[in-house]
Design a protein around this ligand. Structure first.
Ligand code: M6R
Length: 604
């Protein structure tokens, strides 16, 4: 969480920093601040709350013209959101911004206070500034190296020293940091969209390296302080992809991008025919006997769908794990085990910890990741990119459906390799994968219907989702989406579990969305649906066109285009994303930046 930026070049640093921070606001929006380095004179402006507050303050502050500076958008961890706790933080000659958490800050703070240092904020970050100033004699690199040895935790830092005019020092550990390289200008950021308006070329900063940015140029030192030459990468994302392009919210734009994103995810992998699906990326999988599918939030929900596809097509036992639980559990890894790690950002702290755990135990990791060059992508043995393009809204939509699509292709590849799926069945699924983008367009064409349903149920106190098998997995995701952005209470239940407790919550008028994409389970789901109907629930039934019942036992219906049911969950989630979106809009919540959340969860 938290986003950091830095700039050195020929344009106004403040303008770049503000624009960059706006692109990173999805990482946290409790406060924002910038500091410019104007020939050694460092001026800091920061404000609690959204970027508008900072912009208002900046309009009043007579900021000197500066071409070098750093900025921060905060998701509060240590210390409430306030002006004082906002970044940048300063101590003596040092001013810096930080993304991450310093776990031993209390001990370090006490130590420094005993030496007479006075702290002004409650943040862990201020400890870094104080330590740097404490160790700084006349060599910034030495001070940084010494300071880092005293810190435990995660950090991406951009640092200014008041006696080093127009220079920024950047380092990282367990938090992302990329360095954009334009013509005579250098941008520092937690994520590429922050500088896509300037350049698509970037360096990935490795742990232990120090970047020294000055006068629009950058030098890198390795962990021993030697100059190093780094590879320049080029982002495949476009500037427009990280813009709203006329949509009211990023989430709405990103849902409308689902057909395109599915195409980008699926088509390059199926282009050479069924026998070559994922062939280049997923070679030599014969030794796999068991898969641990791990992720957080929606990524974990995608994993639930992956499990049912892989088990049914490839007959490989899978367990789906919540990363934050798995990392502290006792995984009984054995020969033939592999971890499938799913993450949009590729930076989620708990998922990253699972990657490290697997590596320590010698278990191979297959990562399904959206952000190219992210920590998880770099650390995994095999990376299957989702190709969904930048996703800015906190609530994931297109990245989630792309993750599921990758898992389906993986299931098919594994099934074909193991001969556990018949040729005929494999061809049916292959065809269905091909049709997905077009069918997703059809689903989106009913947007006004989803909007109407959202308006109908907008004032409900609770909303339940029920389904069986893969439909339960869709329920989990639909429910998360709704509560995450509209703040309406919602739960997802395996339809057969209702009568073991939850059904007592059903009373007159409570909306229940019942999902039925699986023919074999349909009658059972309908029985459960009738049970809630009999207790006064308002039922919204979701099923494919060919399964619309003759008898109208529901209050509302979401009709999905027909497609092979093995891939139908990808279509089934889109109306639920839309309903969540319009419910949030109707209830007046901040759709793209829901309260208390951040998109990239880089803390435990
Ligand atoms: O970047 P990741 O995919 O690792 O993020 C995992 C979760 O934090 C994420 O899916 C979260 O649940 C979403 N905000 C849900 O919309």
């Amino acid at each position: 969480m938290c986003g950091i930026v830095g700039y050195s070049g020929k344009r106004s640093a403040a303008d770049f920093l503000i624009n960059g921070l706006k692109k990173l606001e999805y990482r946290g929006y409790d406060s924002a601040g910038i500091a410019v380095n104007c020939g050694g004179k460092i001026v800091t402006v920061k404000a609690e709350g959204r970027m508008e507050n900072l912009e208002r303050k900046l309009a009043q502050a007579a900021l000197p013209e500066a071409f070098c500076g750093i900025g921060h958008t905060r998701w509060a961890t240590h210390g409430e959101p306030s002006d004082i706790n906002s970044h940048p933080h300063s101590a003596g000659r040092v001013t810096l911004v930080h993304n991450g958490i310093i776990e031993n800050y209390a001990k370090r703070k006490q130590h420094l206070e005993e030496k007479g240092r006075v702290f002004v904020s409650q943040t862990d970050t201020e400890v870094i500034a104080q330590l740097l100033d404490y160790y700084y004699a006349d060599n910034p690199v030495e001070a940084i190296q010494k300071t880092l040895t005293k810190l435990r935790g995660s950090y991406a830092l951009a640092i200014l020293f008041s006696d080093r005019p127009d220079t920024i020092y950047a380092v990282r550990k367990d938090s992302p940091l990329v360095i954009g390289k334009g013509k005579d200008e250098i941008c520092i950021a937690s994520d590429i969209p922050a500088f896509l308006s300037v350049t698509k070329d970037y360096y990935l900063l490795e742990e232990g390296e120090i970047a020294i940015v000055r006068n629009g140029d950058v030098r890198f030192l390795d962990e021993w302080g030697n100059e190093t030459v780094k590879q320049l990468n080029t982002a495949t994302w476009n500037f427009e992809e990280a813009e709203k392009c006329g949509y009211k919210h990023f989430m709405l734009k990103e849902m409308h991008e689902e057909p395109k994103s599915l195409k980008n995810t699926i088509y390059p992998r199926i282009a050479d025919g069924i026998d070559h699906i994922l062939e280049k990326e997923l070679a030599s999988t014969e030794s796999i006997r068991r898969l641990y599918i791990v992720g957080c939030g929606s990524a974990m929900h995608a994993g639930l769908l992956g499990k049912s596809a892989i088990e049914s097509l490839a007959h490989i036992p899978c367990s789906v794990e919540i990363a934050s639980e798995f990392r502290y559990g006792t995984p009984l890894f054995a020969d033939g085990d592999a971890v499938v790690l799913i993450s949009q950002s590729g930076e989620t702290a708990d998922s990253l910890a699972v990657l490290k755990l697997a590596r320590e135990k010698g278990v191979p990791v297959i990562a399904i990741v959206n952000v190219v060059g992210s920590s998880i992508a770099r650390g995994a043995d095999i990376v299957l990119y989702t190709n969904a393009g930048p996703e800015i809204a906190v609530a994931t939509t297109k990245a989630y459906t792309a993750q599921v699509a990758v898992l389906y292709m993986m299931a098919l590849r594994l099934g074909i390799d193991r001969k556990t799926v018949s040729r005929e069945r494999a061809e049916q699924i292959f065809e269905a994968l091909k049709q997905l983008p077009e069918k997703a367009e059809e689903v989106l064409a009913n947007e006004t219907e989803y909007q109407r349903m959202a308006t109908t149920y907008r004032n409900s106190h609770d909303l339940f989702f029920i389904g069986r098998g893969q439909d339960w997995a869709i329920c989990c995701e639909g429910s998360l989406k709704l509560k995450e952005i509209s703040y309406m209470h919602s739960e997802a239940y395996a339809a057969g579990e209702l009568k073991h407790g939850t059904i007592s919550l059903i009373e007159e008028g409570v909306p229940v969305i019942a999902i039925s994409t699986t023919a074999a389970l349909r009658e059972k789901t309908i029985s459960n649906l009738k049970e809630v109907l009999a207790r006064g629930a308002h039922v919204i039934y979701e099923c494919p066109a060919s399964a619309v019942p003759e008898q109208k036992f529901y209050h509302d219906i979401i009709v999905l285009p027909d497609i092979d049911e093995s891939v139908m969950p990808i279509l089934a989630i889109i109306p639920l994303q839309m309903i969540a979106y319009y419910t949030a809009v109707d209830r007046g919540s901040d759709v793209d930046k829901p309260r208390n959340l951040a998109k990239s969860v880089t803390v435990e």
